[in-house]
Design a protein around this ligand. Structure first.
Ligand code: MN
Length: 730
């Protein structure tokens, strides 16, 4: 491959950058990079500057903004040379340096996993750390050049880098719709990872090339005739090659032999307008019979990475099968270069800003939204939906490592305590300290993506305290802490109540007997007391008097005084039943009687969840889960405190969970069996393969309490090949 020079880059960029200022900036960046890398060499013995030149050239091909090309030229300067951030900022501005910084930071991310399941998480980490899609672009292009020069690395490094590329960068390029980069990354990785298979398929493709090319040529001529006869203008027909790895993938996925893959013969027809696309499709189908179920209209419904095209497969000349793609020139550009083609830098756009550019991309890419699980809802109609993206983009989660290299993800603002409870409840309960990246940190430390977290535990420790509730962020940790606190509180109340009761018995000269639970239940069940422990708890709390209870138990009915017995109830004029205005879902609105309450349809609150009420304009109070992003930007005045009625009779609450897993036999059946073993009902279930070939299972279920749900989720997670489970917030 020809080695690129700065003039090649200037020429390429000059195709769309007409402002001489921009060209000069790129030259300046080159001059600085050249001086900084002076005396450094690549393993190929090329001067180091050749690498940033190749990277910058590919970026110019993608028609990115001048700042991104500059960042491409400078991308290794911070890491590999004695250059300070400050110096670069002064010379090229903060925007360029931020991109360089991001690229450097991602480079330091250790790819430690051996499991495919975690590769996805790493993709997310990479995105989270990048914080800027331009960083991801530079990084992908950087990787393309490093792969092109992989032969100069040692064999074990070749394997390591190829694996990382296959698991991480090729799927990222795919997600960004960069078909060419993806194909190149895959094929080179494949060559190093499975050299025998790579060569076998490459040879098979080559051996049939002549025959197939002849077939394609003949078919191409026939199609041209048809188009000419029907007055289609300005079309272009090309034969298409599948990359080696995608052929191999198809053979493996569908368990086919090479001869059985028929879409090796593919033709692409480019036309000017969308109308022409459908017109041409009609002509093709009129001439050759289409195979059933093979027609796909990606023009009407584009793929998440914005790919648009019509696909059909027909029985063509001599009964041979051809896959035919029909699309406009513009669609073709996007198909080849991905979203980069979509937001190709336009100089005349005066209002250009990097933030805006990012938001435009985010708004266009459906998968970004999926990543953010961002949804618009009626109630926040006043807030700018883009604000939500701005807040959420790449920062919805933090990803941290266990000392063993496993990755766990947490909501932003989580602390080492959340981490500890995720590892195990007992680890959480015994936590005395945390070490992050080798340094001792306070338990209030906010976890950051990339942190390696270690928890210090002790057996001689009192365990959770009230204050921990303010430190933790996840509901999981909160519930575990509350349950310990409740248990401890109950133990305390039992011993206090028992003491009070026995003191009274002594002073009243009653014998100290072991209380019989049945007898207690028969005497006190109307107060919700079913055994002696319950009785002690109520005495301990002071809701029932020790003296009154003793009289009642020892039969001094003449001394028994209902009002004295039930102190608290009689002190308050309202009966508990009247005081509580819990609605049908068991929600009490502080200070409001008979409020109209609805559970939000976006985040599915379940009894026991942290919740908040939102006074909507038209449907009364809508109760959301605390972490629901849809209310994040709502007006503060509209929030109202709501709590669950602790004595509420449990009702079935709806919840929606998504399970992402490897697509293997029987896995959905295992989900169903596991879920059925909990106290819940599956209302609907659907499963589909996503674009990465993973299985996404959506399950709607009803459960009586969030504890049940959390328990179920933890256990489904234990099923092998499950990558992640989320409670959906739409
Ligand atoms: Mn590099």
């Amino acid at each position: 491959m020809e080695k690129k020079t700065i003039d090649d880059i200037i020429n390429k960029a000059g195709e769309y950058l007409k402002n001489p200022k921009n060209i000069q900036l790129i030259r300046d960046a080159y001059e600085v990079a050249k001086v900084k890398h002076e005396g450094q060499y690549r393993k190929s013995h090329d001067p180091y500057i050749q690498h940033p030149l190749e990277v910058a050239y590919m970026l110019a091909e993608l028609r990115v903004a001048p700042t991104t090309i500059m960042a491409g030229l400078l991308h290794d300067v911070l890491e590999d040379t004695e250059t300070s951030r400050e110096e670069l900022i002064e010379k090229f501005g903060i925007d360029v340096v931020n991109i360089v910084d991001g690229v450097t930071k991602i480079g330091q991310l250790k790819y430690m996993t051996k499991e495919k399941a975690l590769a996805r998480t790493h993709q997310k980490i990479l995105l989270a750390m990048a914080k800027d899609i331009r960083v991801v672009l530079v990084k992908i292009v950087d990787r393309v050049h490093n792969m092109r020069t992989l032969q100069y690395q040692t064999p074990d490094k070749q394997i390591k880098i190829a694996k990382e590329t296959m698991d991480l960068y090729a799927p990222l390029a795919h997600r960004l719709g960069m078909y060419r980069m993806k194909a190149e990354l895959e094929d080179i990785s494949f060559k190093y990872l499975e050299p025998l298979e790579y060569n076998r398929i490459r040879k098979l493709i080559k051996s049939q090339k002549a025959v197939r090319e002849e077939d394609i040529g003949r078919m191409q001529n026939r199609i041209e005739e048809v188009l000419k006869n029907n007055n289609i203008k300005n079309y272009e027909i090309t034969g298409r090659l599948k990359n080696i790895y995608s052929v191999c993938k198809k053979m493996r996925q569908k368990d086919l032999e090479f001869d059985q893959i028929y879409d090796l013969m593919a033709l692409r027809i480019l036309v000017l307008t969308i109308e022409d696309c459908y017109h041409v499709l009609g002509l093709i189908h009129g001439e050759w019979a289409p195979l059933p179920l093979r027609f796909k209209d990606y023009i009407a419904t584009p793929k998440p990475n914005l790919y648009q095209s019509l696909h059909t497969t027909v029985v063509g000349l001599n009964g041979k099968i051809y896959e035919i793609q029909i699309r406009t020139y513009e669609m073709d550009e996007i198909a080849e270069y991905g979203i980069a083609a979509h937001w190709a830098y336009k100089e005349e756009n005066k209002a250009y800003s990097p933030e805006k550019e990012q938001l435009e991309i985010a708004a266009k890419l459906r998968w970004y939204k999926e990543l953010l699980t961002y949804a618009e809802i009626g109630e926040s109609e006043d807030s700018d939906p883009l604000d939500n993206i701005r807040d959420d983009i790449f920062s919805a989660n933090v990803y941290v490592f266990t000392p063993k290299g496993d990755v766990l993800d947490f909501p932003n603002g989580s602390t080492p305590l959340d981490f500890a409870y995720r590892i195990h409840t007992e680890v959480g309960n015994r936590t005395v300290g945390a070490i992050v990246n080798g340094k001792i940190v306070p338990l209030t430390y906010k976890l950051k993506t990339g942190d390696v977290v270690e928890i210090k535990t002790s057996n001689n420790f009192n365990g959770p305290s009230e204050s921990w509730l303010k430190i933790v962020k996840t509901n999981h940790a909160k519930h575990k802490i509350i349950s310990v606190l409740n248990k401890r509180r109950r133990e305390f109340l039992i011993s206090k109540g028992k003491e009070d009761f026995e003191r009274v018995c002594k002073s009243e000269n009653y014998p100290l007997l072991k209380l019989d639970d049945k007898m207690i239940a028969s005497l006190f069940s109307k107060y919700g007391i079913n055994n002696s422990e319950d009785l002690y708890v109520e005495i301990g709390k002071g809701t029932i008097s020790a003296k009154g209870s003793a009289h009642r138990i020892y039969g001094k009915t003449e001394k028994f005084d209902e009002e004295a017995l039930v102190k608290q109830y009689s002190e308050e004029p309202e009966t508990p039943a009247a005081k509580k205005t819990a609605n049908e879902w068991g929600i009490i609105v502080e200070g409001v009687d008979r409020a109209q309450i609805k559970l939000a349809a976006c985040c599915y609150p379940v009894l026991g969840d942290d919740i908040v009420g939102y006074v909507s304009k038209s449907h009364g109070i809508v109760v959301h889960r605390y972490e629901c992003h849809n209310i994040r930007n709502a007006e503060k005045e509209r929030f109202i405190d709501v709590i669950w009625d602790s004595e509420f009779d449990k009702k079935p609450y709806e919840s929606l969970i998504y399970i992402l897993s490897f697509d293997r036999k029987n896995i959905v059946a295992e989900f169903i069996n596991m879920l059925n073993s909990f106290n819940l009902t599956i209302k609907s279930i659907s499963s589909a393969k996503n674009r990465d070939g993973d299985l996404l299972t959506k399950i709607k279920l009803t459960i009586p309490h969030v504890d049940v749900l959390n328990n179920a989720i933890i256990n489904v997670h234990k099923i092998s090949d499950v990558y992640s489970i989320e409670r959906v917030i739409r």
